[in-house]
Design a protein around this ligand. Structure first.
Ligand code: SF4
Ligand code: SF4
Length: 127
């Protein structure tokens, strides 16, 4: 997320993109690559999200010290340790502790734990 702009040195960057990602040559053989546009984002946020892993993996990065937007769910001290959210979490990213806590790197942000908590101990960022 950020403001994108087209880079001036299109050919130079396109050739570099294909050099670093050779698999692109089978999708855009020979000169057909030059139909593509290369853009850059200098300030913004990157959210890396890998659904092929189990549990899923996510990580956020800031470009040029842009403030990261907080997302997700957190367990507060109101947690009574009933384990309901932990048992229902498909990603198994809730750890038993006092209070229980969510491993943010593996959380899908599905909100199932938030909806199921009997004492409303889970908060959604921004609410
Ligand atoms: S469901 Fe709520 S009270 Fe139960 S362990 Fe999870 S956060 Fe704590
Ligand atoms: S939001 Fe979904 S993935 Fe994340 S801890 Fe709750 S149930 Fe698990």
């Amino acid at each position: 997320m950020g403001k994108a702009y087209l880079v001036e040195e299109q050919k130079e960057y396109l050739d570099r993109v294909f050099e670093e990602n050779p698999v692109m040559n089978s999708v855009y053989p020979k000169d057909s690559r030059y139909i593509l546009d290369v853009f850059a984002i200098e300030e913004g946020e990157i959210e890396y999200f890998d659904l092929s892993k189990s549990p899923i993996y996510r990580e956020s990065f800031s470009l040029n010290n842009t403030k990261l937007t907080e997302k997700g769910f957190y367990i507060s001290d109101a947690c009574i340790g009933c384990a309901k959210g932990k048992n229902n979490c498909q990603q198994q990213c809730i750890t038993k502790c006092k209070p229980y806590f969510i491993n943010q790197k593996n959380c899908l942000h599905c909100g199932l734990c938030y909806e199921d908590c009997p004492v409303k101990a889970i908060t959604k960022v921004g609410e």
